[in-house]
Design a binder for this molecule. Sequence first.
Ligand SMILES: [Zn+2]
Length: 441
Amino acid sequence: MIGSSVVVRTRSWIVLCLGLLVVGSPAALAADCPGHPDALGTSRTLVVDPREHPRIGTMQYRETLPLKDHEVVLTFDDGPLPKYSNQILKMLDDECIKATFFIIGGQAKANPEGVRKLVAAGHTVGTHSMNHPLTFDRMPIEKAEAEINGGIQWTSAAMTDPSKLAPFFRIPGLMRAEGVENLLISRGIQVWSADFPADDWRHVSSDRVYQLAIQRLEAKGKGILLLHDIQARTVAALPKIIRDLKARGYRIVHVVPATADRPATPTTPVEWLLHPPTETVPIARWPSVPSFVFAQTEALPAPSLADLNAQTEHQPLLPRKTIALANVAATLPVPDRDLFAIPEGSVEVLLSTTLSRRAATRLAMAAETPRATRGKAGKSRGHRTAHAAPAGAKHTAQATGTAPKSIVPKSNAKSTAPKGAAPKSAVTHPTRVASLKKRAQ
Ligand SMILES: [Zn+2]
């Protein structure tokens, strides 16, 4: 009985704790979201100074926003396009989520009301060029500047209060170029890449967009998510993404630029790295090599024995100068012919390793037959040699593949020669492995 009451009590504690976990955190965040008790909400506002951290987003840069674990920043590019942007805006409003929008100048020009809606809803609005060319990495800097200016001009023109425009810029297609980045930075504009996209501009299903968003977020644990508010698949995926963010305990962070009366959130440099180096994580980059100046370096004299305080008894231990040998022959002697002699009985072994068993047996028999019949006469010849042909011309011919045809006669190879009548060719010519191999094929 005591045991079961403990189990019951433990269970009620677990239920209570789970209840607090599920209801507790979103309820606290959604306190400022009237009419939407289950809203994901926005957990905090991060104020950044573009001049201190001019390039962000680990897809391309070393630094990213100083987010804590499980913090997410939502960004939407290429709008506003009423058909989809309005639906996205409604979903974010219902969840009390604040995001960052990168506006195309052309879209702002066509739909200024869309820009005003974003500002009125409290979102951050940056720009994304005038016409969204995907050539920022190779266009002349003057053209890039005109694209940047056009986007800023038309987006701020759409606003009731142009000072609401954030000095945030995302290069179209993330086609970064150092010249463009330097230009933006010199004007105090922060260059935004992202930490992960969800590929919602590709021809994939909305389910795929949702899966990629969550998988990539889970892989990094936090970061800037890149989405587009001009795609039907993004509209379809967003509710599922928000639902999962809630279920997995992620928190939304709203990013705004620092102003004179709104100082940047205090941070440390290491917080701007997605995964700060730790003792347990190996460093992936090699340390940089210092640039030495050799211009005025002189060659120092080599140390002498006196510098080593060497005693006479140390002499055998000290290195000695190697004396170069004079009068060494420039070429090595030609090896003696005997060096290439193949001992009696070795031919069969050689053949068996290079030929099929059947061919080897046949050729071995052919080689054996005349020798057996030759008896002492064969033996008295000593060795068969592979390089027995005396003339240098023949050696050359062999090397270039124009060797004379097999020197083992056909009749001999087939063992059809009568015993005791060794063909002349077998006696007068040596056995050549290369030729035999050729025949066997
Ligand atoms: Zn874009």
